[in-house]
Design a protein around this ligand. Sequence first.
Ligand SMILES: NC(=O)c1ccc[n+]([C@@H]2O[C@H](COP(=O)([O-])OP(=O)(O)OC[C@H]3O[C@@H](n4cnc5c(N)ncnc54)[C@H](O)[C@@H]3O)[C@@H](O)[C@H]2O)c1
Length: 282
Amino acid sequence: MPQSLTICVCGAGTMGSGIAQVAAQNGFKTIQFDVNADMLAVSKKNIAANLEKLVQKGKMTPEQAANTTSNLSFTSNLGDCIADVVIEAIVEKLEIKTTLFQQLAALNNPTTILATNTSSIAVSSIAATIPNPSRVAGMHFFNPAPLMQLVEVIRAEQSSDETVAMLVKLAKDFKKVSVVCKDAPGFIVNRVARHYYLEALKLVDEGKATVETVDALMENAGFKMGPFRLMDLIGMDINYSVSNIVWEALGKPVRLTPSPLQKHKVDVGELGKKTGKGFYEY
Ligand SMILES: NC(=O)c1ccc[n+]([C@@H]2O[C@H](COP(=O)([O-])OP(=O)(O)OC[C@H]3O[C@@H](n4cnc5c(N)ncnc54)[C@H](O)[C@@H]3O)[C@@H](O)[C@H]2O)c1
């Protein structure tokens, strides 16, 4: 069903691409912005392939796929990012996010909702840098965004009730299930999940088990993905940033110390699926 709101998704990487697909397939005019034109091209290609698969599986009609495609536009020009709701999904770095938020606030109407898909940065610290911070909140999707049902809506110190209600409604319109969370380090899921990654990394770092063994055991124990396969899907640059941000925000507890193996993977550029190599080859 066509929707009246325009959505802008900033970032066309792993998450931005999936979020743009979700918005467009639920009837929203969707602008996808990235500073890197190559990423936009990859996103466009991936969304087309996803839609094709949905049609083949009978989960979407060819007409719905065509409508989704016509709802989407791709741009590397920041000036095109005019929308009712902006969902930011760029790199997990506070300064880069706040610079973009300031630019978006200057471009858009003062009532435009500015949401961040950050996994771990304090949403209140982003809100603090822009005018009308009551329209800022977190809207945290999970990977892959078109498939994962959960969305954490994060209430920043400055978020108004209207902003939170609007994002809860938007999540429903996206056919997602939302949970409103406090702006605490790692929110809920990423705080709990830190141990899944870090204990697995410690086992391998200490030579007590291999990557393949840990993944096989956890998958046979009922987890959809073992920790290493999951880190490859997420992207090690993102996972390492989140580990550091949560660890620092909680006062550097020993149990949450980031692993040297995470740093090594980032240093050598083995980020996972997105670079073709992580713990596994793609
Ligand atoms: N990867 C995950 O599993 C996951 C899950 C939930 C949330 N997140 C969060 O989503 C955000 C994006 O993560 P990702 O995995 O999609 O990252 P990614 O590395 O796949 O993509 C980031 C994109 O941002 C673009 N970019 C960088 N600076 C920009 C700018 N100033 N303006 C516009 N585009 C810019 C890059 O060109 C790149 O295409 C992060 O905040 C991350 O914490 C990630």
